[in-house]
Write a protein that binds this ligand. Structure first.
Ligand code: ADP
Length: 181
């Protein structure tokens, strides 16, 4: 685990073990579960999370949650208070607005967390699994979005990036150190 002075922590682990107030789900627009983080969070969160996601679909997003936006549910059987579901962009080569959309996932999730009064939030590496976003580029976009958001908002919110593999942990920490020393 590496803790930086700006309130950002990087660690290797499984996001379902996080005890932050909010954990972020790399969802798909259906909000009904999927592969990777999404599957793990729904399995661990249980039927209450799925029922709330279905209710969100019916009441607010009948066509699905748009890419780059975020919505919160309770965390069911998980230790957190909330799950913040966001839909990352599918990587299509980089010229389809992927970077702005990925940054928007992070800032929308942070907006949602602060509206809820969360003091801590844990993110997975959104879009870097099934959605194919190159890992270094994803780390650059994630860090810049989070750091810009933190410096524009005077709230106490600790931000944890939970990297699933040792090699992802290496990549993300190398990117952080290269950009911010
Ligand atoms: P996306 O569809 O947004 O690409 P994925 O869930 O496929 O989302 O992958 C996003 C990242 O999350 C990948 O780097 C993947 O290795 C990682 N990941 C998968 N399961 C977990 C988990 N349980 N905890 C933390 N990270 C995970």
């Amino acid at each position: 685990m590496i803790e930086f002075s700006d309130g950002i922590t990087l660690l290797q682990g499984d996001i379902i073990r996080e005890t932050s107030d909010a954990i972020v789900n790399a969802a798909n627009s259906s909000l009904l579960g999927g592969m990777g983080v999404d599957g793990a969070i729904h399995r661990a969160g249980g039927p209450k999370v799925l029922a709330e996601c279905k209710a969100v679909r019916e009441s607010r997003y009948p066509d699905g949650l748009p890419t780059g936006e975020a919505v919160a549910t309770s965390a069911g059987n998980l230790s957190s208070k909330w799950i913040i579901h966001t839909v990352g962009p599918i990587w299509r080569g980089g010229a389809s607005g992927e970077e702005a959309l990925l940054k928007s996932c992070y800032t929308s999730a942070l907006d949602t967390a602060s509206q809820l009064g969360a003091k801590s939030i844990s993110f997975p590496a959104i879009s870097t699994g099934v959605y194919g976003y190159p890992k270094e580029r994803a780390a650059i976009a994630a860090f810049s979005a989070v750091k810009e958001w933190l410096s524009a908002h005077s709230v106490e919110l600790s931000v944890r990036f939970v990297l699933y593999s040792a090699s992802d942990m290496d990549t993300w920490s190398a990117v952080y150190k290269a950009l911010y020393g």
